[in-house]
Design a protein around this ligand. Sequence first.
Ligand code: BES
Ligand code: MN
Ligand code: ZN
Length: 489
Amino acid sequence: MTTPARITFAEVDIDPIAQTAGKVAVLVGADGKLDKGARRVNALMRKALERFVQSERFAKMKAGDAVELAFPANMAADGVIVAKTQNRSDVDEARKTGVSIAKLRGTGPLLVIAGTAVRPSDIALGIALRGYSFTDHKKDKGDAVGDVTLMVSKPEDASADYVAKAAVAQGVFFTRDLVSEPANVLTTTEFANRLVALQDLGLKVEVLEEEELEKLGMGSLLCVGLGSASPSKVVVMQWEGGNKDDAPLALVGKGVVFDTGGISLKPAGGMEDMTMDMGGAGVVAGVMKTLALRKANANVVGLVGIVENMPSDRATRPGDVVTSMKGDTIEVINTDAEGRLVLADVLWYAQERFKPTGVINLATLTGAIIVGLGHENAGVFSNDDTLCNAFLKSAVAEGEGAWRMPMGQAYDDMLKSQVADMKNVGTRAAGSITAAQFIKRFIQDGMPWIHLDIAGTASIKEDSAYAPKGATGWGVMSLNRLIADTVET
Ligand code: BES
Ligand code: MN
Ligand code: ZN
């Protein structure tokens, strides 16, 4: 990614406003009242701000929206950004305000006169999240963005609040970087190496290589990578910030660095998108990074299955029967339903080794979830109302779309196989639900569990609320909040 903007908080001071280059942003409530900083801008602009605020255009703006008044009189700035506020204590509105300002800011310096904003650190987070771009493989990386200063009434408090928010932004950026990388760069080995580097932040990281995975009996996960020159791996990341004896929460991610479909080859059109098929693992990695950066008071273990799904003379064939670590046999009807094969073994291993309090897995698992929910909501599948409702609440608070889907015996029945304990696909009907039912077979009795199908939300072709088009980092914020609200107490 390009170097993110440096964000600092300062005392409200009207003196430097006229000399500030780049953009100056002001927040104005729906009542149109101008605070001290805005009044200064208005005076410099010969009341142009006041005229705008009294106009029909301002009246029609929604809370969190912003417009730019170009080339203000008597100011060094080349634009004044006016953001409309309504409910200043609303997290989502504060972040959207930041996003709207970031969209208009250009690359020069930015001064935000936030004044008495209740959540300046969330405005800053919005600016940071929207400012991301992935230019690693471009010759022209664009101009570095200028520094951001937020003038606020309590700069020390805002700075202190922003420490945890900056950790979230770093985690989201880590996820976006991983998801954005092409598969020839982010090979299974490179992915594992980038996770091992998280050790510097105090995480314990282990890489289980193929030999160990074979010993553990992970025949389901291993069958996916047989066609690839890149070795399959499981990476275990442990954050031990909680009480020594408390069992951890487990996060498990699908990390298919590229999904050709294998012998059940995908059509050519759009196959390049399958470079994001490690999105679930990317989110797990992003959350672990955030927890470490903000030194979360919780025990969380992140496990990712990293494989590449390629066709070759050694690849798994449709009709092959493999044995999972759990001991159940699986008839592989379709080698393109590979994510669930990876998750089955990593989930089993996570439960056997860590006896976690709960398990949450993330995967770009099915095209069918995009048919059902589009790119607005991830599919949420769960066996536990308490954990599920807590997650949905966190997702609402963070503005990340999530929608619970049904499960049940009738769907599970669709996985019956003639030759093995189960097959890896159902029929075309309810494709996302049968995928969830498959995974559920590898969840131990009584274990609270959530499966998040993020095929529609991990990477999208249009700008979303907090992200420019491409990798979103969906889920990092919600999971971080879930951990903050339910594990750290
Ligand atoms: N990685 C894909 C799912 C996917 C599709 C992710 C589109 C992101 C965007 C997954 O491995 C897959 O191929 N699923 C199949 C399942 C089918 C064979 C039962 C699908 O959705 O078509
Ligand atoms: Mn697939
Ligand atoms: Zn896949």
